[in-house]
Design a protein. Structure first.
Length: 257
């Protein structure tokens, strides 16, 4: 087979397998699974053993060493619909549900969709929209890898699945579990709307929690209590009516003691 152009680097073609409703493309290496998935139709997913340009939120780089699950799923979406607004937190919910069903305990979400155990990050999600009716949900889970070996600034801040469940599943098997849950949650959102999921999602924040929001320069503090069915973050401040923020308004949420 010919090598394929895979976002700036020429790499061997993927191994392609059918997984239920999904078609999974598996690479040994690529730039970013989100960028590769940007070229693919709905219900296709991309997994790579490593990424040379793994992307995090706010243009940060994402350590994508061997042994982690680096996965992107292409989902159809009606632009600006209720499901569209709720999708980012719903994908976080699908990831938590999957990991819990495999035996992981004490998982929680940190807004908008980091998966943590205590204060340590297990998984991060990056949703990209490269075309109006498709969303690429990028899911990074530390499984057997240890990103702290690659980036000193992460010291003490991460955990990995193999510390939570033994034995942790292989990466293709884990991808299959995650994709099944993403498919289910996406169907629930489409058929029943965010109201169907909002209580289950809100149970995962372990809220209320004191937070500091960076609204692109302006800082607001208060108690994070969860999200509403429109996917907006709800913040409480003493003596004030609740305030709601759209995800794009919040550059960064920090949990404060
Ligand atoms: C974050 O917490 O900042 C989000 C991290 C998202 C990482 C995943 S790994 C698979 C997909 N491909 C990428 O380049 N990023 C996401």
């Amino acid at each position: 087979m010919n090598p394929v152009e895979n976002n700036t680097s020429v790499v061997p073609p993927p191994h392609i397998r059918a997984l239920g409703d999904w078609t999974l493309h598996e690479y040994a290496v690529c730039t970013s699974t989100n960028l590769v998935a940007a070229q693919l139709p709905a219900w296709t997913a991309v997994r790579s053993d490593t990424q040379t340009k793994g992307r995090g939120r706010f243009d940060r780089s994402w350590v994508s060493d061997e042994g982690g699950l680096w996965l992107s799923a292409v989902l159809p979406i009606r632009p600006k619909s209720a499901a569209w607004a709720f999708l980012p937190v719903a994908i976080g919910y699908a990831v938590c549900q999957t990991l819990e069903s495999l035996g992981a305990q004490d998982l929680r979400l940190r807004w908008p969709n980091d998966v943590l155990v205590g204060r340590r990050k297990l998984a991060g999600l990056l949703l990209d929209q490269f075309s109006p009716d498709l969303v690429v949900a990028g899911i990074g889970i530390n499984v057997f890898n240890n990103p702290e070996n690659r980036d000193d600034s992460l010291a003490g801040q991460t955990t990995r699945l193999t510390e939570l469940i033994a034995p942790a599943p292989g990466l293709t098997e884990l991808a299959a579990h995650i994709l099944r849950a993403v498919r289910t949650v996406s169907g629930q959102l489409e058929s029943h709307g965010p109201e169907f999921l909002v209580n289950s999602v809100n149970a995962l924040w372990h809220a209320p929690r004191r937070v500091r929001l960076d609204l692109d320069g302006t800082v607001v503090e208060g108690e994070f209590v969860g999200v509403d069915a429109r996917g907006r973050l709800e913040l409480r401040q003493p003596g004030e009516p609740p305030r709601y923020f759209e995800p794009h308004q919040v550059r960064c949420l920090r949990e404060t003691p």
